[in-house]
Design a binder for this molecule. Structure first.
Ligand code: SIN
Length: 505
């Protein structure tokens, strides 16, 4: 049996920042990071936009950032959490910069601040259009230098183990699958931190990588944690509509902040009909407007128009986006870029307090898998990397204060896990995944959602999945697909609950 003081599941910004801070402050604690693929294969590395932080204290203020966040969240943000995150932002940014993370500056050496939808001021720090990748690389480099951190790639956590003490559940370990050795093992821990990202892969159109299968949500739900607000899936308005790719390539919100327009087939801007802020309205508003326009025109996509922008500075500011477009034969200086809304961010998730603590003792959740109260119904652009930093800090401080309470003394019986069966059912599960993605897309985008039918379809998919696992052996595609089904069912159930509450009020 393996043992570690802290097990972190996931290697995006929240897991790595938490690990770095904790390892620095508490060299006496052993930390294991498990990630189901390679360490860099995360949602974080795909983040183009950047981090929203109030740094220009002349034009901007905490109050304005707080107000923008609350407005975007449409009445469901928790003010105390919003204030904490916004006010901590400069300190957390400083820590990122101290480890060498570079953000763009102007010729005077000031931050080159971007503007994005829903923000009343320029306040987005960015590294060209690959901010997430820059952060991920710098954090990974630091992490690899700590003697008390072990980073295990290709290790997938299958289930969390809990015990009951004083009638309360406590998380004490996890089963994990080592892909290289094809074995399932148990790890005993004093703290588990879920940093597993979101569930964008539940949908046919998504900007999220293949790994975003709602694993943390499913692990936490099976262990008995509280999951809320899963009905609020954010669709990013400007995913590149090119040949059914999964994931879809993102055209950053920063491009609209830079002055690009959204136009229809006739080259006409139409967003003013829906919101006076037009391209700079929040994502929910822009995505809904595009969807309405597509429904009424029966077209497959609308367009991003960058033709009026200065070519040189546009190419300089967005090198990844422009080179990707060029590779596809799209020249943004003369062509319209086809775009559609795509599932991008899970605003709800595992309910946590201001320290990232879940309803289960010793179990934390940070980043997209957590529901902190910051985002409400609709996350403000570039608030997610910030949330990850602030909650990683909060959780790290809390672990430092409380971990001494938990020892390894209790004894447990380790159940024998069934033999792994790997990997001959990948194709079968790819087909089932596509069915699930279509089902969830139809359900989520329908004006008249049929909750019961959708739940029935999920149950059928579950039966198919079980029938693929011969002799009840566990398979990795089965585990991942089961996690997706759990997350899907939570979305459907929570959509149903919201509709019921709205009808009753
Ligand atoms: C973007 O660059 O548009 C994505 C950043 C975010 O999701 O906040």
């Amino acid at each position: 049996m393996l043992k570690t003081d802290i097990l972190i599941v996931g290697s995006g910004i929240s897991g790595l920042f938490f690990a770095m801070k904790t390892a620095k402050k508490r060299p006496d604690l052993s930390i294991v990071i498990m990630t189901k693929e390679t360490a860099q294969n995360t949602n974080t590395q795909l983040a183009q936009g950047g981090i929203a932080v109030v740094t220009d204290v002349v034009k901007d203020s905490f109050e304005q950032h707080i107000r923008d966040t609350l407005q975007s969240g449409d009445g469901l943000c928790e003010r105390e959490i919003v204030e904490m995150v916004v006010k901590q932002a400069p300190e957390r940014l400083k820590e990122l910069v101290e480890i060498g993370t570079s953000f763009d500056q102007n010729e005077k050496g000031e931050w080159n601040l971007g503007l994005e939808g829903g923000h009343s001021q320029h306040r987005i720090l960015h590294h060209k259009d690959s901010s997430g990748l820059e952060i991920e690389k710098k954090l990974l480099k630091i992490i690899r230098g700590f003697p008390n951190i072990k980073l295990l790639e290709n290790h997938m956590v299958i289930d969390l183990c809990t015990e009951t003490k004083n009638d309360k559940p406590i998380c004490t370990g996890a089963f994990f699958y080592n892909k290289k050795h094809n074995t399932i093992k148990y790890i005993r821990t004093r703290t588990i931190v879920l940093c597993t990202g979101g569930c964008g892969q539940l949908f046919a159109h998504t900007t999220n990588p293949k790994i975003a299968t709602g694993d943390g949500i499913a692990l936490a739900a099976r262990a008995g944690a509280t999951i809320v607000d899963m009905q609020y899936i954010q669709f990013h308005p400007t995913a590149l509509a090119s040949g059914g790719k999964n994931p879809m390539f993102l055209i950053s919100e920063a491009v609209r902040g830079y002055g690009a327009h959204i136009v229809n087939e006739e080259g006409k801007r139409f967003l003013f009909k829906y919101d006076a802020r037009a391209e700079l309205a929040t994502r929910d508003v822009v995505s809904n407007a595009i969807n309405k326009e597509l429904q009424s025109s029966s077209k497959k996509h609308v367009f991003l128009d960058c033709r009026h922008l200065d070519k040189n500075s546009f190419y300089q500011q967005f090198p990844v986006i422009t080179s990707h477009c060029n590779e596809l034969g799209i020249k943004p200086e003369k062509d319209l870029i086809p775009i559609v809304p795509a599932a991008h961010y899970q605003c709800g998730g595992i309910k946590v307090d201001k320290n990232g603590v879940t309803a289960i003792q010793n179990l934390y959740a940070i980043g997209e898998c957590a529901r902190t109260g910051l985002h409400g119904k609709n996350r403000l652009a570039s608030n997610s990397l910030l949330e990850a930093l602030v909650f990683a800090h909060q959780a790290s401080e809390n672990v430092g204060r409380t971990i001494a309470r938990f020892t390894f003394t209790s004894t447990i019986l380790i159940p024998k896990f069934p033999k792994i069966h790997y990997p001959n059912d990948y194709n079968a599960f790819d087909i089932l995944k596509k069915e699930l993605q279509q089902l969830m897309t139809n359900f989520y985008t329908s004006e008249h959602r049929n909750f019961d039918l959708a739940s029935e379809e999920i149950k059928k998919l579950n039966s198919h999945a079980i029938s693929f696992t011969e002799r009840h052996e566990i398979t990795i595609p089965f585990i991942e697909f089961s996690n997706m089904l759990t997350a899907a069912l939570l979305i459907i159930m929570q959509c149903k609950l919201e509709t019921k509450e709205m009808c009753e009020s």
